[in-house]
Design a protein around this ligand. Structure first.
Ligand SMILES: C[S@@+](CC[C@H](N)C(=O)[O-])C[C@H]1O[C@@H](n2cnc3c(N)ncnc32)[C@H](O)[C@@H]1O
Length: 255
């Protein structure tokens, strides 16, 4: 796996679902909003961490800028969004230009593995760290980019049972994942701030199996078929209770 492979996935996805989009859209799991109590994870983040104009935020793996623009617009935060996908960064910049009042948002092509030290009060990585090529390097870079007393949160899928190995392999292959995230890859200075697993929406087993079959048949015709299929394999893993959807939190000390 390489950064280029990740870039390809998100460029392809954008060409498929977002080429003509006029508004930023989320590229993460939809949660059961009624039970969760928030319309979206970014709303939960802003409320839980009291984000405001004084916070310099990094959206590490920003997609087309949905979360960065949301925080800038509704909470007046200064946000930098980074992605490995040039197509996403270009699209995010177009969305930002459409909102000239949002002059505190900036998008750039950059890896979360090569961040400048000591820059941000708050870093959020929503379903992006799963694409890491080297988990220790990624964690080190993210922690290092925090200012003293800064907070890092990682919202992602964590494997808790290895009981469906064939499924795990298929899922990693479709999404070009080099690492499957597990809680024990993160030291004890990370806490599970929230377990969001019960809010994850999944289709029934029959729909999932049928979807996987159809996407497998469509693979030679549709470029994003395997990416979409990877999402269904992941849903199956949630159905088997092999995955948890956690918010991990790390707080940097004063000095
Ligand atoms: C599932 S999308 C999530 C996008 C966004 N956080 C959201 O919730 O809408 C994953 C994002 O992580 C980005 N990504 C993956 N690996 C990355 C890396 N090493 N550095 C920066 N961004 C990365 C991808 O380019 C993509 O934008």
């Amino acid at each position: 796996m390489t950064e280029r492979a990740i870039q390809n996935i998100y460029n392809k996805l954008l060409n498929w679902e977002g080429k003509n989009a006029s508004q930023p859209y989320p590229i993460h799991k939809k949660l059961n909003a009624d039970d969760f109590g928030y319309a979206d994870i970014y709303e939960w983040i802003a409320n839980t961490y009291k984000l405001d104009a004084n916070k310099n935020v990094l959206d590490a793996g920003c997609g087309v800028g949905y979360g960065s623009l949301y925080l800038a617009k509704h909470y007046n935060c200064e946000v930098t969004g980074i992605s490995l996908s040039d197509a996403e960064v270009e699209k995010a910049n177009i969305f930002a230009k459409n909102e000239p009042s949002l002059n505190k948002v900036n998008f750039k092509l950059q890896s979360f593995d090569n961040l400048e030290p000591n820059c941000y009060d708050f870093i959020m990585a929503i379903e992006s760290v799963k694409h890491t090529l080297n988990i220790d390097k990624t964690i080190h870079s993210l922690k290092n980019a925090l200012k003293p007393e800064g907070i890092l949160i990682i919202v992602d899928d964590f494997l808790v049972h290895e009981n469906h190995n064939a499924l795990i392999i298929k899922y990693s292959k479709d999404w070009a994942l080099k690492v499957i995230l597990k809680r024990n890859q993160f030291s004890s200075d990370f806490i599970i701030k929230k377990d969001l697993t019960s809010f994850v929406l999944t289709k029934n087993q029959l729909s999932l199996s049928l979807g996987i079959l159809i996407l497998t048949l469509l693979k030679p015709l549709i470029k994003v078929a395997s990416i979409m299929r990877g999402g269904l394999y992941l849903e199956k893993l949630f159905k088997h209770n092999s995955m948890k959807y956690y918010v991990l939190e790390f707080k940097k000390s004063k000095v």
